[in-house]
Design a protein around this ligand. Sequence first.
Ligand code: SF4
Length: 294
Amino acid sequence: MQLIKAEVLGYCMGVRRAVTMAEEAVKAAAGVHRVYTLGPLIHNPQVLERFRSQGLDILDETELPQDLVSSVVIIRAHGITPQMETVLACKGARLVDATCPTVKKSQMKARSLTDAGYRIFLAGERYHGEVIGIQGYAPSCLVVADPGEATEKAEALYHSAPTAKTALLSQTTIAPDEYQRIAQAIHAYFPTLEIIDTICKATRDRQYALSKLCPQVDALLVIGGKESANTRRLLAIAQALGKPAWLLERAAEIPPGIRAYPVVGLAAGASTPDELIDRIARALTNRTLIGENL
Ligand code: SF4
């Protein structure tokens, strides 16, 4: 069996930066302060387990402690709402802002468009942390998950405010063609719609690398967290291109029948650490390791 890795895979700039900031915060706080992240730092169980063993706990924003004095709270790469930042600061937490600079740019754009009187459509997954965070900067924005919902909401807005100034932003990990379809649906009602390109280059690069890899392979393994939006998107692209594809969080999940395929491709989401990619690549090229408890 031949193994081919995607040209671009694994940690993106924003995730690498957040992981480094968390490592530094844990080291600096050792034994003096409690250190938390608000929600899981990244969608990768092994990395979260390593951090947990070093004393980094995860806070649930619906069950925040009474006070966070002497605590450090790391804001993850997805960002949070400004309202939640205020809540944490009022509880006495010292904040370490690891919001990805690309996400920060979307947040600032949402705020400036709102201040300028635009009605904003935000394309993405309603319950994703990044989308919730951006909504905090544009509280009246309309979240749309797909072209059908975009049509529905654009039509409703057109009936109540036909001359509204409108703009469209997206979650950074949305697929470009899906974003285009959503834009077309809104544009049919608001021809002056301003379409802002907030798709992250890191996401595009991984999706493009995967599309290039697919024709060269017989099957594909996508490594990453099952909760990771960009990893799930990579899996969906491989499947849409007609390849048998699996999503793995660890080497033990390598499908036993994978060796039936002469050429196997390896891709990984933006929150997948290098060491996990290497471990799975090694397991694939070492017959005895497949199926063992890795
Ligand atoms: S995928 Fe892009 S936007 Fe998201 S954390 Fe990585 S670099 Fe930032």
